[in-house]
Design a protein around this ligand. Structure first.
Ligand code: DQA
Length: 147
């Protein structure tokens, strides 16, 4: 049994009411329940968190060092801006899967660049909350392969 960290960036606490036509009707609590059940079925534990603060997300990633086997990360708007989150993932070396609920490639030009994608083992976008489950499956596969 390993620990998979599932982190969520700014404004994702508003899921369910925030632009539901873009992000869907599920709340972040619903996403957490889905992730907990999925991880359990894969034989792993998750640590699920959301923060509106870049530095707090950096600290959470740092605190996973040597303890967390994989990171499933929806950095939200910080995807497109954060060198600090890029550096944290690099420093800790945690295998990372990047998730976006919406298909960012169909959206504004400023969402086309990600500071996280160059470090990610995989990027899943446009599948809504199911994307988190796909990322958890990929992370579990990696954990099994890595032994
Ligand atoms: C998002 C996409 C980002 O561009 C946006 O800033 C978000 C959510 C998504 O899940 O689709 O807040 O990461």
């Amino acid at each position: 049994m390993a620990v998979i960290q599932v982190l969520n960036g700014p404004n994702l606490n508003l899921l369910g009411t925030r632009e539901p036509e873009v992000y869907g009707h599920l709340t972040l609590a619903d996403v957490e329940t889905m992730c907990t059940e999925k991880a359990g079925s894969l034989g792993h534990d998750i640590e699920f968190a959301q923060s509106n603060h870049e530095g707090e997300l950096v600290t959470l990633i740092q605190e996973g060092r040597g303890r967390v086997a994989a990171l499933v990360f929806n950095p939200a708007a910080y995807t497109h801006t954060s060198v600090a989150l890029h550096d944290a993932i690099r420093a800790v070396g945690v295998p990372t899967w990047e998730v976006h609920l919406s298909n960012v490639h169909q959206r504004e030009a400023f969402r086309q660049h990600s500071y996280i994608s160059p470090l990610a083992r995989g990027v899943i976008c446009g599948y809504g909350a199911k994307g988190y489950l796909v990322a958890l499956e990929a992370a579990a596969e990696h954990i099994a392969e890595a032994g």
